[in-house]
Ligand binder design. Structure first.
Ligand code: LMR
Length: 386
């Protein structure tokens, strides 16, 4: 039976992860998968997570099932952090990927012939999950390679073509892979277009707190939420709580339709029954405890400012070496990623000649770069002629 299976296309981010692991060079640098590292190159367990886990081990009395959409206290705490006081339906999911997957399943359930609009470029798994679920996709132009910023006129023009009932995936902040985010007036314009087109926004919110802070990073989402009647948000706690392997995600739905909550519960039951609880409970405990919450926020702020410092240091180092401001956009980008304007040959030379691993499209995880590695990377970028 399984002889009929075809080799699956590799996910380019995960393929790079294994290539890095297999590279024996001691001075190799991993700027592939989106994982934050501190100045020592570690991805630490956050202090508040450690405290909450200690309390949980001490006080948890049962591992019996929670509800199909997870512990309501988790959805309450994280949902309010993300959406403020707007009422929402919800389903806890295994990570942000699970939330994106359940969002697309819900869209397909409601409208089997919906088209999903994705930014060009976007996180490759958006495209892959939609294809797996048999959802037709179209792309909207997003990134201007000449300026390193959002190509807003093209984006707006493309989204004007969305049909009623189409879904449009937007990145809430820290656009993956470009690092280029919409400004608030642009969010307003997109909200107006989607409302007029009666298209459903799906906001992938995987990096809340990594751009300018928790409130500022949710501002675009809040503009949308005020403007449109229905909205989905796929939230991840992988990065901002550092809970990568514990798989903590939440799908939020703003809608008056009575069957949304029941449909989310049914989709969870069909996909994996109960979502994982451990990490979700840790997040809920942190958000509901003023002391742990303040400590989490302080550590998150440090992570964000560390990333910004690295961005500025890299832009400065490249300005010095290239004698131009061509890489100035790196300092203005948000979050973990930026796209290097590089050819695939230049990316291959970074890897082969310099042991520097960047995703094939030029996506570089700035949050994985240690301060000591900034000059090494800048030298290599200039040496391969980017
Ligand atoms: C990334 O884009 O590197 C992360 O979101 C990790 C992943 O699952 O691809």
């Amino acid at each position: 039976m399984f002889g009929s299976l075809k080799p699956q296309p590799e996910d380019k981010i995960l393929a790079l992860m294994s290539a890095f692991r297999d590279d024996p060079r001691g001075d190799k640098i991993d700027l592939g998968v989106g994982v934050y590292r501190d100045a020592q190159g570690r991805t630490p367990v956050m202090r508040a997570v450690k405290s909450a886990e200690r309390q949980l081990v001490e006080n948890q009395t049962t591992k019996s099932y929670t509800g199909l959409t997870g512990d309501p206290a988790f959805a309450d705490a994280l949902g309010h952090l993300v959406l403020g006081n707007a009422p929402f339906s919800h389903a806890a999911t295994p990570g942000g990927t699970g939330a994106v997957h359940q969002a697309l399943q819900l869209v397909r359930m409601a409208k089997p012939d919906a088209t999903l609009w994705l930014s060009e470029p976007t996180w490759p798994n958006h495209t892959a999950i939609a294809a797996h679920l048999g959802i037709r996709t179209r792309t909207y132009r997003y990134y201007d390679t000449d300026t390193g910023g959002v190509w807003f006129s093209a984006m707006a023009e493309d989204l004007e073509r969305a049909a009623p009932g189409d879904a449009v995936m937007l990145h809430g902040c820290c656009h993956n892979p470009t690092g280029a985010d919409l400004a608030l007036p642009q969010w307003r314009e997109i909200a107006e277009i989607l409302d007029q087109r009666r298209a459903l926004p799906i906001v992938d919110l995987a990096y809340l707190g990594f751009a300018e802070g928790l409130d500022a990073d949710a501002a675009g989402l809040h503009i949308l939420a005020e403007a449109v009647p229905e909205l989905l948000v796929a939230v991840s706690c992988s990065k901002n709580f550092g809970l990568y392997r514990d798989r903590v995600g939440l799908l939020l739905a703003l809608s008056d339709a009575p069957a949304v909550q029941g449909s989310l519960a049914a989709l969870n039951r069909l996909t994996y029954s109960f979502p994982p609880d451990h990490g979700a409970r840790v997040v809920q405990m942190i958000l509901d405890d003023p002391e742990m919450r303040a400590d989490w926020q302080a550590e998150l702020d440090d992570m964000r400012t560390g990333m910004q410092t690295t961005r500025h240091a890299l832009a400065d180092a490249l300005r010095e070496r290239s004698g131009s401001d061509r890489f100035g956009f790196l300092a203005g980008h948000h979050g973990m990623f930026s796209l290097l304007p590089a050819t695939s040959e230049q990316i291959a030379r970074l890897r082969e000649d310099h042991g520097i691993y960047v995703v094939g499209d030029g996506r570089m995880n700035v949050a994985g770069l240690r301060p000591a590695e900034v000059p090494v990377l800048a030298d290599a970028i200039v040496a391969v002629g980017i």
